[in-house]
Ligand binder design. Sequence first.
Ligand SMILES: [Zn+2]
Length: 250
Amino acid sequence: MFLLYLDDSGSVGNVREDYFVLAGVTLPENSIRWCCHELETLAEEIWPDAPRSVEFHASEIFGGRGAIWSRFNKEERILLIKRVISVLDNAHSQIRVFACAVHKASFPGQDPVELAFEDISSRFDLYLQRISTESHRERGLIVLDRSSYENSLQSLTHEFRRQGNRWGNQLRGVCEVPLFVDSQASRIIQLADHIAYAVFRFYNAADASYFNLLEGKFDEHDGVFHGLSHRQSYTHHCMCPACLSRRYSS
Ligand SMILES: [Zn+2]
């Protein structure tokens, strides 16, 4: 069983932001303890007396908000965000990053949350099919931060399984409905938050400083970044890794 932990970055309704991002990390169930332990160790270093009170939330860390993060200067806070992402440096090769960046103005009248979720769940399903063998079919479960999307995404997943998505695939390996958890209780959702933040900064602000740490972590096969998707209609010449790798492969 593989779990895909997702979180979002960027606000759907904020007209000052061009992008909405859904992103996160998939890992086999036997790697969950390892990943939680790595992040818990970092939390213990930051606040030894009460590590459980440390919740890694990239935009709060960057802004120095709250009693914990306000103790650090800006450089230290940027380094902390990078250290959370860098937990992936020692990850097993089956632990892969997935992200979808939706350019909101390219899809007027459409819900960027649904677009991104449909995109990522299809890519996750294809990943599971690719790593499955004849004797062992991998299954997947999507885990999301409990948020306002809970109801809409649950019904959307049901719909995918019933009708297949708009590209004609059906989610064969992904369990019926996503699991919703509180980000405070899940260290891996907090890691997903940092991945979403890194991808959002890259597309929305052309800031690659966090995104570069994800190099080599996206699901990639035959030279295509299947794990990274840039949904936009404003240019055919985008030079981002997602668009560039698809142009070269075709
Ligand atoms: Zn692109």
